[in-house]
Structures are given as structure tokens and as C-alpha cells.
Design a protein around this ligand. Sequence first.
Ligand code: PGA
Length: 250
Amino acid sequence: MRKKVIAGNWKMNMKPLQAEEYMREFIELIKNAQSEVIICAPYIDLERLVEITKKTNIKIGAQNMHWEETGAYTGEVSGSMLKSIGVEYVIIGHSERRQYFAETDETVNKKVKAALNNELKPIVCVGETLEQKEKGITNQVITNQTKLALEGLTQEQVENIIIAYEPIWAIGTGKTATSEDANNCIISIREEISKIYGQNIASRVIIQYGGSVKASNAQELFTTSDIDGALVGGASLKPEEFEKIVNYDK
Ligand code: PGA
């Protein structure tokens, strides 16, 4: 049985004091959660969040990283830097990074490898645009993105990644994929992993859904056969709202 993994993606929100305030409230609210809980915060919040959550069931993730270890890359942060302050997860290839910061399947693959080499767990995002959905090529797009993101990884490494299926048209729009459609897309991604790494590995990889997940649709999404949790943007910004998603089974 795969466990549910529920990650909040704060995006470019929350200054350190706000992050601290949020966390003090959130820790109490979710201390008995059955799911694994991750908060992916802006770089400037990370060190403080790692400290505050040390003896709790909350893990901390970054939202991006560079694939090189050190060097002349002004403004970038590397996987080893994240690791050195106790960060455990990192979102890679979020559609906003692909769209606004020119990330490609190739750079996504480099970042995934660099994350794993630094013992960080990547949350790798894939998903189709509205235009691709309307053209009926969703499966082709998401299975291809998955294949390219994982290129060159060993079986053992693949077991340590999380994939987030996030249809771009559903992100921040209030439009959620139906639980049936989201589940079917995730089944296609799992089949793609199975083709490359075998069914045994594929059945163990955590694959989340993301795109306007909120308290009112979490339970329906999470009780399907293949959706293993969510990557949550907007609804993760308030502790009492995110708590309801994390505790969807209570
Ligand atoms: P949303 O964002 O929940 O606000 O739609 C999800 C994401 O971008 O990860």
C-alpha cells in the first residue's frame, strides 16, 4: 500500500515571520495526520522552517534548485546547499518554472539527477496545457514528460522520487480535473514507469495530483485507485484550510 503524501507549494508567498506564525499553528493541527506532510517554501524561509519542524511530522522542501553544485550562477541555489540546512524535498519542473523561466525536459532531468545525488527527494511536475488537452494529446504529453524527466535514473533512484501530475489549466484557476480523469492520467504515468522500470517499481512510486485541490474535493481525489496525495498551491497558504486537506480522512 502506498501512503498518501500531501505537499503544500507556497510559491512566492510567506516572509519568514509569516512562515513561522503559520507553522506554529499548523504543527498542532496536523500532529495526528496519517499522511506524509511536506511544506515547500521560498528559500529564505527554509532554514527557519527546518528548525521549527524538527520534532514534528512535517517535512520541508524547496521549490527549485540548480543542477550544478557550486559556481558562477548568480542567483541560483544548489542541491547540496539545500541539503546542508536539512531540506528533504525539492519541487522540480513546476509548470510555472517551465512557462516563465524556460525550464525544459532536459534541465528538469539534470535537476532530478542532481537532487537525488544530494539525497533530496524530487517532486517532479508534469502536465498538459489546455490546448494539448483539447487536441486530445494529454496522455502523450504527460508520459513523454515523465520519460524524459526520469531518463538515466536507476531503479533505486526512481523509487525515491514523487511525481505530481498537474494539468496546467487546473493550476490556480479553481478548475479541478475530475477525480476519474486525474486518476486515469496517473494510471498512464504509472504504466509509462512500468514500461521502463517494471511493474514492481511502478506500483511503489508516489504520484500526486495537483491543480485547485481544496478541502471540498480532496477526499474524492484521494480515494481513487492511483492518486497518492496532492501538491497544493493556493489552499496550502492558510493552516486551517490546508489542515482539512491533510486530514481528509478524519
Ligand atoms: P493550486 O496550485 O493548488 O493553487 O492550483 C497547485 C500547484 O501549482 O502546485
